[in-house]
Design a protein around this ligand. Structure first.
Ligand SMILES: [Zn+2]
Length: 271
């Protein structure tokens, strides 16, 4: 039975990370660390202090982005702990981490400690190797797939809007737990949050199509109109997500790209 979930928020506050990355340390005597966090000595020492010599069964990550795995190598080495990776993570993690191959262990099925079991759920979209982790009836660790403070960013080519939506539906269909996200606070009703995010995505797609029905537009023009209230330092992140939405609409044959004088615009596909 899992009795302890400790959250340690790293000191990497910023426009895309909110108050910082959340590192979760689960268990009492045999610990599992989810998302060790960014490359910060201060954070590394906070995590090591909390572990306080207890056995670390394994370290896992929701995805390969630096703010989640920056200290993974060092933490694993300091605790003599293995890093468990999903089948879809192996190559990304191998590229991102500098550790020896022996420390990487492929998980296939539940991750089992002497105190609890974690199910992994493959949820590509924000990143092609994103997994959510679930302890049924207790919590679902949603990484950057579902965040506690904002919608997530989908950035091409590793991000994929179509897969993100499929992954949201996947979590909506199974989630009965609270969500513990990679950034931001706990989301008490995980399912409700998934439904709200799916509606939000639909609304944004509708807005894009409405704009394109009146005029052919560049991705940056669409972003400026749809996200007019967003602060300028977040506008770039919004542009990435708009580009991913446009790529998906193009794939579905709803819109097409038109290039003239090196300017790429999007147009409703009337053919
Ligand atoms: Zn993140």
């Amino acid at each position: 039975m899992l009795t302890y979930i400790k959250t340690i928020t790293a000191d990497n506050k910023g426009p895309s990370t909110y108050k910082g990355t959340n590192t979760y340390i689960l268990g009492e005597k045999e610990l599992i660390v989810i998302d060790p966090g960014p490359n910060s000595k201060k954070h590394l020492y906070n995590v090591i202090d909390y572990i306080d010599g207890r056995k670390v069964k394994c370290i896992i990550a929701t995805h390969h982005h630096g703010d989640h795995i920056g200290i993974m190598d060092e933490l694993a080495a300091s605790q003599n702990a293995p890093i468990y990776v999903g089948k879809m993570q192996r190559s990304k993690m191998q590229d991102a981490l500098k550790i020896s191959q022996e420390r990487l262990v492929l998980f296939d099925g539940p991750i089992v400690s002497s105190e609890f079991e974690i199910d992994s759920i493959f949820t590509p979209g924000h990143a092609s190797d994103h997994y959510c982790y679930r302890i049924p009836g207790i919590a679902l660790f949603s990484g950057d797939h579902i965040m506690g403070w904002s919608t997530t960013m989908i950035r091409l080519p590793d991000g994929n809007m179509g897969k993100y939506i499929e992954s949201l539906i996947k979590i909506k269909d199974i989630c009965q737990e609270k969500l513990l996200p990679g950034h931001g606070n706990t989301i008490i009703d995980g399912r409700k949050r998934c439904i709200a995010l799916l509606e939000h995505r639909n609304k944004r797609t509708g807005e894009i199509l409405k704009l394109l029905e009146s005029n052919d537009m560049e991705a940056s023009q669409i972003t400026a109109l749809i996200y007019s209230k967003l602060s300028p330092n977040l506008r770039n992140y919004a542009l990435f997500t708009v580009e991913s939405s446009l790529a998906e609409l193009q794939k579905e044959g709803i819109i097409k790209k038109v290039t003239s004088r090196k300017i790429i615009k999007y147009s409703i596909n009337s053919s």
